[in-house]
Design a protein around this ligand. Structure first.
Ligand code: 9MR
Length: 618
């Protein structure tokens, strides 16, 4: 019995068994052998009582159709007519919007019925976003490198030995990160066009694995740890923001109960690793950070961290990696000073060293060609990284040379919000958000400008959303959905949320809440992209160790793991073969082989965690 059929039967609704040709015919990500999802797509988890409540019906009809809201006994509790919305260009499906926002009675097991279809059940209530915020934050412990994952903490299914803790040695299993050399000059010649190498090894144990692979990348570690710290920092400065998910004891991590907020403990696991990636004094490029450490070849599936038998190498330092280190170490320094002044001091020293090294080497870029055994994280425009690092260093130190660097940046007064919000390759918004939130020595007029720019961006996203029948808060101007599109929804959610923080405009709160619906099932495929949330959710994300789909003795990704989501560029062979010609919003398949539509990574879950922490307060 396929998983979809099983779900439908347990849900007890015969209507769900109807196989919908409409969804299957045009090659969405429904797996072969599965019943299609109901044509009424909803947030499968729930809606908050005083928030927007909308569903999207996929139907050929052009005229309005009747809908009914049913309670858990099947009794009608509200009804109305759909709003025909024409063809959604991202889904290439004719759709109608169902708006039941006026119904506010809390309860479980509601369903929408229209056009002979019945939706998956959902709640109206509170609490589920709190669980999501916690689960999204708990994602990080089971992806830690260099530490055994304790089943009593993470859940027995997630227990595993420590990965990459031995010293490298030829032929040895788990080559380890204890003493990793640099790429050979020959390999460097191929990827950088110059025979770069180094004469030292570094102990780079620890940190988080990036994603489904065993790589550890500075620029993605940087944005991820920055967002965890920023989620916490928001709670320090926004009136009424909740500490509940960040506090000591809130998370399932070994450090719970040590007197330090858990989210900072988790951040420290990554910060300690990032510090280790800095080039030692006396060596060429001293103070710069290596761009990444990973295997010399890609590993297959499954591939547990402690069983990785490939060689690990340090890759050439880059300006972007160095500025990521500068930014997050500076941010960490101000947050840890209260809990561990010596660590805070170490962070600040590393941040300033990194900043000066980046000044001396402002254009050492990571190329696309450095893509064997790990992702390239290529970036040849680092004006945004300079701005972000200057912002964090200025906030922490108040030093005038950081202010000068900030003011000279095109991003000081320029627009920093792009249509995908932001990501690891474009980090200026991180600087803007911090400058707008954390008390600093810029003028009141300047800080008012930063806040106004965030509010303006939030309103822009909210206005775009109004035109979208699935309530999409992410509306790419080229109409395409790229790699990790789901995280753009979360990322834009954090911007709209911040715009609400600064205005308390109910319209922005509504936009953020409705923005979350897409991720939880109100989308063209009727799938929740968050593992463990909803009736039908992504659970076969690409991962070497949460690889249940290829080895049933291994677990699925943990509850709260966000799948990358629709990627119209179909950048893996599995997706390319099965999804050719797909509408952008439907270029997704919940299969472990499809890394370009269905991976998990730290930066996507960090964005989700920050967004969910806001939603939990609503
Ligand atoms: O998230 C990254 C995305 O923005 C890039 O387009 C893509 C291709 O370079 O790489 C993604 O990052 C992957 C990384 O390269 C390797 N680990 C898994 C990451 C998520 O898929």
């Amino acid at each position: 019995m396929g998983r979809g059929i099983l779900l439908a039967v347990t849900a007890g609704a015969a209507a769900l068994l109807v196989v919908i040709a409409l969804l299957q015919a045009s090659g969405g990500g429904t797996r072969a052998g599965m019943a299609a999802q109901p044509r009424i797509t909803v947030n499968q988890v729930g809606y908050v009582p005083d928030g927007p409540k909308r569903a999207t019906l996929i139907a050929q009809a052009q005229a309005a159709l009747a809908w009914r809201l049913l309670d858990t006994e099947g009794k009608e509790v509200a009804s109305g007519m759909t709003r025909p919305a024409g063809v959604d260009p991202t889904a290439r499906l004719n759709v109608h919007v169902i708006d039941f926002s006026g119904f506010t009675q809390a309860g479980e097991g509601y369903r929408i019925e229209a056009d002979g279809e019945v939706s998956f059940p959902f709640a109206i209530g509170r609490g589920f976003y709190e669980a999501l915020a916690r689960d999204a934050l708990n994602y990080f412990y089971p992806v830690r490198s260099g530490i055994a994952i304790d089943g009593a903490i993470a859940g027995e299914a997630y227990a595993r030995p420590a990965g990459h803790i031995s010293a490298p040695g030829k032929g040895e299993i788990n080559q380890g990160d204890r003493g990793v050399p640099c790429l050979s000059p020959e390999r460097s010649e191929r990827v950088y066009g110059v025979p770069w190498t180094c004469d030292y090894t570094l102990d780079v144990t620890g940190g988080w694995y990036d994603a489904g692979d065993h790589g550890k990348y500075l620029v993605n570690g940087g944005i991820s740890v920055a967002q965890l710290m920023s989620a916490y920092e928001r709670a320090l400065y926004v009136d009424g923001a909740s500490f509940a998910h960040f506090a000591d004891g809130a998370l399932a991590i070994p450090e719970a109960g040590n007197g330090v907020p858990d989210v900072l403990d988790e951040a420290r696991w990554e910060l300690e690793f990032l510090l280790k990636m800095q080039v030692p004094e006396g060596k060429p490029l001293a103070g710069m950070a290596h761009h990444k450490v990973h295997d010399t070849e890609w590993t297959g599936l499954p591939s547990l961290p402690h069983e990785d038998d490939k060689q690990r190498r340090l890759h050439r330092p880059s300006t972007a990696a160095t500025l990521n280190l500068a930014a997050v170490a500076a941010q960490g320094a101000r947050l840890f000073v209260k809990y561990d002044p010596a660590f805070a001091n170490r962070l600040l020293k590393a941040a300033e060293r990194a900043w000066h090294a980046a000044q001396a080497h402002p254009d050492l870029h990571a190329p696309e060609t450095d893509n064997m055994g790990g992702g390239p994280y290529a970036d040849d425009d680092v004006a945004d990284e300079f701005y972000w690092a200057a912002a964090e260093l200025f906030i922490t130190t108040g030093a005038v040379h950081y202010r000068d660097a900030l003011v000279a940046s095109p991003y000081f007064r320029g627009d920093v919000f792009r249509d995908n919000g932001f990501d690891w390759a474009f980090v200026a918004p991180l600087g803007r958000m911090s400058l707008s939130l954390v008390p600093n020595a810029l003028s009141a007029e300047e800080i008012a400008f930063f806040r106004a720019s965030i509010v303006e961006a939030g309103r822009r996203f909210a206005a775009l959303q109004e035109e979208r029948a699935f309530g999409q808060i992410y509306v790419p101007s080229n109409g395409e959905y790229g790699w990790g599109s789901n995280h753009s929804f979360a990322q834009i959610g954090t911007i709209v949320a911040r715009a609400y923080d600064y205005t308390r405009d109910p319209r922005l709160r509504e936009a953020a809440l409705e923005g979350a619906d897409y991720l939880l099932g109100r989308n063209a495929l009727g799938i929740s992209y968050i593992t463990g949330y909803g009736s039908h959710y992504a659970q076969n994300q690409h991962s070497g160790w949460f690889a249940h789909q290829v080895d049933p003795s291994l677990p699925h990704p943990p509850k709260g793991a966000l799948a990358g989501g629709p990627n119209a560029a179909l950048q893996d062979p599995f997706a390319a073969e099965r999804l050719a010609g797909c509408a952008p919003q439907r270029c997704y398949i919940d299969d472990i082989e499809s890394w370009s539509t269905n991976e998990i990574t730290i930066n996507w879950n960090a964005a989700l965690a920050q967004f969910a922490a806001f939603l939990a307060e609503q």
